[in-house]
Design a protein around this ligand. Structure first.
Ligand code: SF4
Ligand code: SF4
Length: 309
């Protein structure tokens, strides 16, 4: 079986905290987190909170900051677990606490990151053999850590009710394509490394939609890709449309999918360039061969002369 997306949100750091039971949307759990629990905000420190592109977008809007400033002030660059794909996590303060936590709780609660919403219910997508077109098996699991007293509360929910309460369906929808890119990359392992240029592009597109928009409209991007006017209008005005478009661009540029159409003349120019390179390589190989042959002939001639003497 291949990896699951549970790794990304850090739940597998200590697998003994994961209950050995598969949950469905209708399974029931007892849990409640509120300011009255003795452990209130205990979980908001010493953790890796990886931010998805959707998390970054909603957080920086909530904080009314440009992406670049949000990234600088509140995040640390990382490599997403078990991949060479760069991303960001929340930068903890000098006490190892999340910068958004206070004694009263989370100051960004309405827009808190996906990882904080999922806790303590994780979701796994097992994809047998990683084969294309094979339906993956989705199930849920419960994380039960000793310090978390929420499990001792009486409130009962189905997983479905809990997820609706936490607003994770929207996160799932917005994170899905990006997570698929990460999982796809993970399945390659480290044998096929991403070029430095590809890593930079992945990082820029995944973290800073302002820069990505600039890249679309103020570079040779539109000379390369054929994008419908309606799509261009949408991504100019609507950040969610831009976010969704960014996933298509990443899939196409990193994995060669057909999500974006490359202009015919670019394909022709590229294949002409490749042909020119190939012809040049062939000429070079012939030159090298002839030089070696001439050298060998010279040596042979010399040897024959020596034999005759
Ligand atoms: S973002 Fe909010 S919920 Fe998440 S760790 Fe920080 S303070 Fe806690
Ligand atoms: S440790 Fe559990 S109950 Fe305590 S604040 Fe965190 S999620 Fe809520």
């Amino acid at each position: 079986m291949t990896d699951t997306d549970k790794n990304l949100f850090g739940y597998d750091k200590n697998p003994t905290n994961i209950l050995p039971q598969k949950y469905t949307l209708d399974s029931k759990i007892k849990f409640r987190c509120h300011p009255g629990v003795s452990c209130f905000t205990a979980c908001c420190g010493n953790i890796d909170i990886i931010l998805t592109p959707f998390d970054i977008l909603r957080l920086r809007k909530y904080l009314n900051l440009p992406a670049s400033e949000f990234l600088l002030r509140f995040t640390t660059p990382i490599y997403i677990e078990k991949t060479d794909m760069p991303g960001v996590k929340i930068h903890l303060d000098e006490n190892g606490r999340c910068p958004f936590v206070t004694d009263e709780g989370c100051t960004i609660y309405p827009e808190r990151p996906s990882a904080c919403r999922y806790y303590p219910v994780g979701m796994a997508n097992f994809h047998e053999g990683g084969e294309e077109g094979v339906e993956s098996e989705r199930f849920f699991f419960l994380v039960k850590e000793a310090h978390c007293k929420g499990h001792e509360e009486d409130k009962e929910w189905t997983i479905r009710e809990w997820r609706a309460d936490q607003g994770v369906d929207l996160c799932d929808e917005m994170n899905k394509e990006w997570l698929e890119l990460v999982m796809r990359r993970k399945s390659f392992g480290f044998q096929a490394t991403l070029s430095e240029q590809a890593k930079k592009i992945f990082f820029m597109v995944s973290t800073d939609l302002d820069k990505f928009k600039e890249f679309i409209f103020n570079s040779s991007f539109l000379d390369t890709y054929e994008i419908e006017q309606a799509t261009l209008d949408a991504i100019k005005e609507d950040d969610i449309a831009l976010l969704k478009f960014s996933f298509k661009y990443l899939a196409s540029s990193l994995f060669g999918t057909n999500d974006l159409k490359i202009r015919e003349e670019k394909i022709k120019a590229k294949s002409a360039e490749m042909k020119e390179k190939r012809v040049e390589k062939e000429k070079e190989a012939i030159r090298t061969f002839e030089e070696l042959k001439a050298e060998r002939d010279r040596l042979q001639e010399k040897l024959e002369k020596q034999k005759k003497q």
